[in-house]
Design a protein around this ligand. Structure first.
Ligand SMILES: NC(=O)C1=CN([C@@H]2O[C@H](COP(=O)(O)OP(=O)(O)OC[C@H]3O[C@@H](n4cnc5c(N)ncnc54)[C@H](O)[C@@H]3O)[C@@H](O)[C@H]2O)C=CC1
Ligand SMILES: O=C(O)[C@H]1O[C@H](OP(=O)(O)OP(=O)(O)OC[C@H]2O[C@@H](n3ccc(=O)[nH]c3=O)[C@H](O)[C@@H]2O)[C@H](O)[C@@H](O)[C@@H]1O
Length: 426
């Protein structure tokens, strides 16, 4: 099949590479010409394990092309994926300007039957609205179907997640596009859920809200566990053994960040309030998360009562490991807070470097700890878990290691004469 993917961000690039890898011809249309030039030279603008290799391989096989020319891509494609960003506006409502622009651009270009697949995460009712708008603007209903096909990939494992999803959600208004959609995904072994356009939108929001709630739940339980000297990792293990709960997303720490959980939670809260529903759990989830940085600042201030001119090392800046994405990163928020309080910060992240006042980003893990007063782990990269703590003990000046992700076994640090501080790890 010939496919057009609009947007070359995390979702657009992964969708393009994976569909091309399944043998489809894919045109990935991106509005930023510099990005397109880079991609044409097989340079990927984001860090995502396995993506570059898959892009290069499919460019070589001439199944994947990058362009700014939407009209040619639409003319040649029967399926159009829309993967543009839907960031939060200042009032928490989703900003749909990129999506609306795409709809404007599509109106004059639909001259033969197309399936328009909305992969971006959009507020309830958006797919219905797009369908209506296309008709009102003169596009014959014989020439298009809108399909709501939300994406569940995680950054850092995007290529794997898209090839091996646990389900495929297909929201439709009529039965007409279903067969084509199933054919498109025939190489993926996963159950499909066929639902309404708005039902698919809600499955996406409910999934992200539930996962975020699980994280805030374990962070709240960690606060209580700490007060009663209980080990949160044992609690999470025992809790997660119940199949009704499951073992995932029970890692206590600095809280969730990234380009999706914070904005999708705000969007759902906004959508609830629009219908005069008080979203108690969503609000509580957000409130716990928003106070996680302060929880850890208290721990840091307890170890270093005067932060002015303290030389501290922070490991991790990305919002999670295996990505260079710092959008709404809790690690970055912590770094900014520490810098505001007068610390001299030495930061190391395997793939992130940012220019900011009072902060020096290092290119090597061990260079970042030279003569430091303490180490703060803000993102749980594997590299940090595998560090040589006896060597670190020799290089650093102080003794304190604050693990804001509970990602290191305390004994590994304590056995080397250092002090370990996590959350609820007595
Ligand atoms: N990042 C993630 O892990 C996931 C994101 N999502 C959702 O997918 C959507 C996209 O997310 P990301 O890929 O992270 O966004 P992104 O912001 O990284 O990428 C969007 C891309 O679309 C391009 N674009 C915007 N308007 C365009 C237009 N008119 N024509 C061509 N290109 C255009 C932008 O320049 C940008 O490169 C969002 O709704 C997000 O909530 C869903 C699942 C996972
Ligand atoms: O809609 C989206 O964009 C995506 O949002 C999340 O994926 P992502 O944001 O890439 O990353 P996650 O692995 O979910 O982690 C999100 C945040 O939660 C934190 N986290 C995760 C798990 C955990 O147990 N504890 C915890 O603090 C991570 O450090 C990170 O900051 C969802 O997991 C995806 O299914 C979804 O498609």
């Amino acid at each position: 099949m010939d496919i057009c993917v609009i947007g070359a961000g995390y979702v657009g690039l992964t969708t393009s590479a994976v569909l091309a890898n399944f043998g489809h011809n894919v045109y990935c249309v991106e509005k930023e010409s510099e990005k397109v030039e880079m991609l044409k030279r097989s340079k990927i603008p984001i860090f995502e394990p396995g993506l570059e290799e898959m892009v290069v391989e499919n460019q070589r096989k001439e199944r994947l092309a990058f362009t700014t020319d939407l009209s040619k891509a639409i003319e040649e494609s029967s399926i159009i994926f829309v993967t543009v960003g839907t960031p939060a506006s200042t009032d928490g409502s989703p900003n749909l300007s990129f999506l609306n622009k795409v709809v404007d651009e599509l109106v004059p270009l639909i001259q033969s039957y197309k399936i328009i697949v909305i992969k971006s995460t959009v507020p309830l009712g958006t797919n219905e609205r797009i369908h209506k708008e296309l008709m009102e603007r003169g596009v014959s209903p014989d020439l298009f179907d809108v399909v709501s096909n939300p994406e569940f990939l995680r950054e850092g494992s995007a290529v794997h997640d898209m090839q091996y999803p646990d389900k495929i959600v297909i929201g439709v208004k009529s039965l007409r596009p279903i067969e084509q959609m199933q054919k498109l995904y025939q190489d993926i072994e996963a159950p499909s859920i066929i639902t309404s356009l708005t039902g698919a939108e809600m499955i996406k929001y409910a999934s992200n809200a539930f996962l975020a709630m699980k994280i805030s739940f374990i962070n709240e339980i960690a606060r209580i566990s700490e007060a009663y000297h209980v080990d949160i990792t044992e609690v999470a293990l025992g809790l997660g053994m119940d199949p009704r709960v499951g073992p995932y997303f029970l890692q206590a720490g600095l809280g969730y960040g990234g380009s999706c959980f914070p904005k999708d939670l705000c969007a759902l809260e906004f959508l609830a309030k629009e219908k005069e529903i008080t979203p108690h759990l969503l609000q509580a989830t957000r409130e716990v998360n928003e106070t996680q940085i302060e929880q850890y600042m208290k721990k840091i201030r307890k170890e270093f009562p005067d932060l002015t001119n303290k030389k501290l090392t922070v490991w991790g800046a990305a919002f999670k490991p295996n990505t260079d994405d710092i959008r709404h990163s809790q690690a970055m928020k912590l770094i900014e807070q520490l810098a505001r309080e007068g610390c001299h910060l030495h930061v190391y992240d395997p793939v992130v470097t940012v220019a900011m006042p009072h902060v020096t980003f290092y290119q090597s893990l061990y260079d970042s700890i030279d003569q430091t007063d303490g180490i703060i782990i803000a993102t749980d990269w594997n590299q940090f878990k595998e560090a040589d703590w006896s060597f670190i003990k020799e290089k650093m000046k102080g003794k304190i290691v604050i693990d804001c992700r509970n990602c290191i076994e305390p004994s590994r640090i304590k056995n080397n004469g250092l002090t370990y501080v996590g959350v609820a790890r007595p």
